[in-house]
Each structure stands twice: as structure tokens, then as C-alpha cells.
Ligand binder design. Structure first.
Ligand code: ATP
Ligand code: MG
Length: 344
């Protein structure tokens, strides 16, 4: 049976994660999963600061796991990424791409020469003079650094995709409800709100779980390690240590406020969309009591995303055992392995 494999590579600020998925006659399956932790500071907010550390982590991943190839789909998270619905001149694909810098110059936060641009048509065959779609703009330099760092490790980047689109593939539930997928990492939180798989807003909030550990360490005058442990054990639940829970509650407030303002922005937009369900992923989603706090503060149903759902049925035992314990952190890598993206 012909089997096509694809490998998603997520370079997060705490670790590099790779997921290999195979697409056979019977559908998708998980065939490999591996994680390699990164030293603190090597990557922050989607930007590589220490290329050598990242390259050696990727080499280690490939050296100690039997991945079936060296071609990878790379994920991008960056607060300067713009995803925006707009209408542009309806040209054939190739010409449309070429014309993008001129058509979108006005609305970009970065000079056009420092941006990577793509356009994803929302209507298949627009016959009018304009076509509606999603403009995607990413800052060129950090993306190219990420590609180079990966290729230094002997891999070939065949595609670059937004972490938010990867999350849509791995973690969304398509049931006509307006759903927000919120991936809380260490230094970045990705919010993507969609209606039946169609993105309505995409945002990267430059905050995550690391901030909570940091505040806790400073307030309690304890080490980062001790603060990390207390955060995992107590989180927002006052039962065992009300003081820790109170500090964590304070530290998480700015992130909750940013998520709230993303939802308010969407609600104030032309479609007045209201988020009905929030699906959580990322390591930060494991904070005890967070789902209840978000449900209470934002007035939405909160669930933990199950990014392994689409590849669990025919997964290979070893890979499944490796991923089941940390599926939340693997949501982006799984989504990258699951399909072609729209950013090239
Ligand atoms: N059990 C837990 N309880 C609370 N927080 C946790 C738990 N496990 C992990 N975290 C937090 O999750 C964060 C890491 O999440 P994740 O692994 O998704 O980030 P990343 O992808 O490496 O980083 P980023 O997406 O920011 O680049 C850390 O801040 C860590 O403290
Ligand atoms: Mg991440």
C-alpha cells in the first residue's frame, strides 16, 4: 500500500517537537512523535535567539528517533503575523501573488520588503473583478532564520505554515459553533477563532505560562524551579496553598484580559460573531483551575482540545504512548503534520 508520510516540526520556546503522520488508504495515522527540550532563552516568542542550540536539539531528535524522512513542515508563531480577510484583484494565482505587495502595502504593520506574503482564496472561483480571501503576512527575517536553523540540522523545509492554521487542523471541532482555539505556550499564546473551520480572527498574544512562573518566583522569593513545581501542583485552586493560588490568579489576569479583548474585537466586527466554545491546548492549558476560571470570566464553554483525535485510531503503539501524556503540547506539531498550509 502506498503510504505518504509528512513530518511537522514545532520549534517552541521550551522544546522542539516533531510529529510524523502517515496517510494511507485507510486514512491518517500517527507513526512517530518525539520532543527535545531547549535551553532557556534559545527561542522566545517564536524568534530563534540561539541557532546552535536549536540546530543541535533538532539533530538530536533525528539522531535518536527513526523518522522516515528529512523533509519537514515548519510552524511559525509570531506576534507580527497578520491574517486578515480582504478583497484583492481577481487574477490567476501566480499573478495575484506577484501583485500582493502593491495591493496590501497600506495595511501591513511592517514594510513590505520585510514581509512574506500569501493569499488564501475564500471563494473558489470568484468571477468578479475582485476575490475575497485571507491575506497572510509574516515577518521575513525570523521566518528565514527558522528555516536556516532547521536546514543546518540536515533537514529540508518543504513548507512553512502558521501555528494557528496547524491548530485549526488538529484541534478544531466542526459543528457550526463559533469556536476559539487558545494554545497557551510558555511565551506566546495563539488565539484562532473559527466558524466551521473558516478562520475569523488569528492573534498571537506575547504572554504565556512562563510569566506566571516568573511572578510566583519573585513574589514568594523562591527559585524558578520551585515556582514551576508550585504552579503545576496548586495552580489556581486554593485548596492546598491559598497564597500560591492567589499569586497565580493575579499573574494570569493579563492573559485572560487579552483573550477577552480578542473576543470583544470579533464581536464588534461586521459579523458580530460571539465565541461559544473555547478549546484549550499548549502546556499552559494544564494549569489547575484554568478552564473553570476562563469559563467563569469569559462566559463561554471551555474544553480541553484533543489534538490527537484525528490520528489516534490507527496510531503505532510506541508513538501513541509517547504522545498521549503530552498531547496538549503537541497540538501545533500534529497540525503541521496533518496537511498542507497556505504560507510558502
Ligand atoms: N502541568 C502544568 N501546569 C501548569 N503549567 C504547565 C504544566 N505543564 C506545562 N506547563 C507550562 O506550559 C508552558 C509550556 O507550554 P508549551 O510546551 O506549549 O510551550 P512552547 O510551545 O514550548 O512555547 P511557546 O509556544 O511559547 O513558544 C510553560 O510555561 C510551562 O510552565
Ligand atoms: Mg508553542
Amino acid at each position: 500500500m502506498a503510504v505518504k508520510t509528512s513530518i511537522g516540526l514545532d520549534i517552541g520556546s521550551t522544546a522542539v517537537r516533531a510529529v510524523e503522520a502517515a496517510r494511507g488508504k485507510q486514512g491518517l495515522s500517527l507513526t512517530r512523535f518525539a520532543v527535545q527540550p531547549l535551553p532557556a532563552g534559545a527561542v522566545s516568542g517564536g524568534v530563534i535567539r540561539d541557532g546552535q542550540a536549536v540546530t543541535s536539539a533538532i539533530k538530536h531528535l533525528w539522531g535518536s528517533n527513526r523518522f522516515r524522512g528529512r523533509q519537514v513542515v515548519l510552524g511559525v508563531t509570531n506576534r507580527q503575523v497578520v491574517v486578515r480577510e480582504m478583497a484583492v484583484s481577481n487574477l490567476p494565482d501566480k499573478e495575484l501573488r506577484k501583485s500582493l505587495p502593491f495591493q496590501v502595502r497600506q495595511i501591513l504593520p511592517l514594510p513590505v520588503e520585510h514581509s512574506l506574503l500569501d493569499f488564501h482564496r475564500l471563494a473558489e472561483h470568484g468571477s468578479g473583478s475582485t476575490v475575497k480571501g485571507l491575506l497572510i503576512a509574516a515577518p521575513k527575517e525570523p521566518v528565514l532564520t527558522m528555516v536556516n536553523t532547521t536546514e543546518q540540522a540536515g533537514l529540508q523545509v518543504v513548507e512553512v505554515d502558521l501555528a494557528s492554521f496547524a491548530l485549526l487542523r488538529s484541534a478544531s471541532r466542526l459543528d457550526a459553533v463559533v469556536e476559539a482555539i487558545v494554545d497557551i505556550g510558555a511565551q506566546a499564546t495563539t488565539v484562532v477563532v473559527h466558524a466551521d473551520g473558516q478562520p475569523l480572527i488569528v492573534r498571537t498574544i506575547p504572554r504565556g505560562g512562563h510569566e506566571i512562573t516568573d511572578v510566583l518566583a519573585k513574589r514568594r522569593e523562591i527559585s524558578e524551579e520551585a515556582a514551576e513545581t508550585a504552579k503545576h501542583q496548586v495552580g489556581l485552586v486554593p485548596g492546598t496553598d491559598p497564597e500560591v493560588a492567589a499569586v497565580v490568579g493575579e499573574a494570569v489576569r493579563p492573559l485572560v484580559n487579552e483573550i477577552r479583548s480578542s473576543f470583544a474585537y470579533l464581536n464588534a466586527g461586521p459579523q458580530h460573531s460571539r465565541v461559544a466554545r473555547l478549546a484549550l491546548s499548549g502546556g499552559g492549558s494544564l494549569l489547575p483551575g484554568l478552564a473553570d476560571l476562563l469559563a467563569d470570566q469569559l462566559g463561554v464553554e471551555v474544553v480541553l482540545a484533543d489534538p490527537v483525535a484525528r490520528i489516534r485510531a490507527r496510531a503505532e503503539g510506541e508513538a501513541l504512548a509517547a504522545i498521549e501524556g503530552c498531547g496538549a503540547q503537541a497540538a501545533v506539531a500534529i497540525g503541521l503534520a496533518l496537511g498542507a498550509g497556505v504560507v510558502r
